[in-house]
Write a protein that binds this ligand. Structure first.
Ligand SMILES: C[S@@+](CC[C@H](N)C(=O)[O-])C[C@H]1O[C@@H](n2cnc3c(N)ncnc32)[C@H](O)[C@@H]1O
Length: 225
């Protein structure tokens, strides 16, 4: 017999995952993440935001998976602050239902997060989530990333495109002096790294552990050279 997954059990799982990642989230942030999960579930039926429909799977494959990238992001934001770059702007490319962009906006309120997607209803959903969750540091942008030229300090993606396409299509939106790309990947993408343009270098490959998910995950950090 399968047990129904309750909101309480999902919240407990989120708490445990956040603790395992040592995120130090407040109760208000946990509530925002749960509220985002509820919005994703509700509007997925209308907007087709993600192929993941099961709330339990949304928790592990979307929320906890995105949360695993928060400590590396915070570390890089601290490095930027140490160099005098405050008011960090992050662009999440091909954000879909807001992953990882919305999770980043909730966990890093000091970072201004724009989620770009070529599908209008997905960008509209992000705008709607920003209003519903009262996240002033979150914006939905309806555009192809190739058309963006306003500069961002960090450009992220998850399940978007190959590394060469990701950096080529988003390059005009990266701050030239200190901008970096943060690509969330599964297995170490050896072939994609080899195919990167010669003027882009990988400066760090970071293995991630996702609480409750037995899968390979890593972040490929890149910068222009
Ligand atoms: C597989 S989904 C990934 C969504 C989300 N990042 C996640 O991890 O669940 C890829 C998204 O990229 C968007 N996309 C594809 N090409 C794009 C482009 N050139 N500019 C912006 N978004 C694009 C698609 O509309 C889609 O929502």
């Amino acid at each position: 017999m399968t047990m129904a997954v309750t909101n309480d059990s999902l919240r407990q799982q989120l708490h445990a995952g956040a603790d395992a990642l040592a995120l130090g989230l407040t109760d208000a942030q946990i509530t925002l993440l749960m509220d985002f999960l509820a919005l994703l579930q509700k509007w997925n039926k209308v907007y087709n935001l993600t192929s993941v429909r099961d709330p339990q799977e949304m928790m592990t494959h979307h929320l906890l998976d995105s949360l695993a990238a928060v400590p590396p992001l915070r570390r890089h934001v601290a490095v930027l602050a140490g160099k005098g770059h405050h008011a960090v702007r992050l662009l999440d490319v091909g954000s879909g239902g807001g992953l990882p962009g919305v999770v980043f906006a909730i966990c890093c309120p000091e970072v201004d997060v724009s989620c770009v997607d070529t599908v209008g209803k997905k960008a509209a959903f992000i705008q709607q989530a920003a209003v519903a969750l009262k996240l002033r540091n979150l914006h939905g942008v309806h555009a192809r990333v190739e058309t963006l030229t306003t500069p961002f300090d960090i450009i992220s993606c998850r399940a978007f495109a190959s590394l060469p396409d990701f950096v080529t299509w988003s390059r005009a939106a990266l701050v030239a002096s200190h901008g970096v790309w943060l690509a969330m990947k599964g297995k170490h993408p050896e072939d994609e790294i080899t195919a990167l343009p010669t003027d882009v270098s990988v400066f760090h490959v970071e293995q991630l552990t996702v609480p409750g998910l037995d899968a390979e995950r890593c972040i490929i950090w890149m910068k222009p050279v």
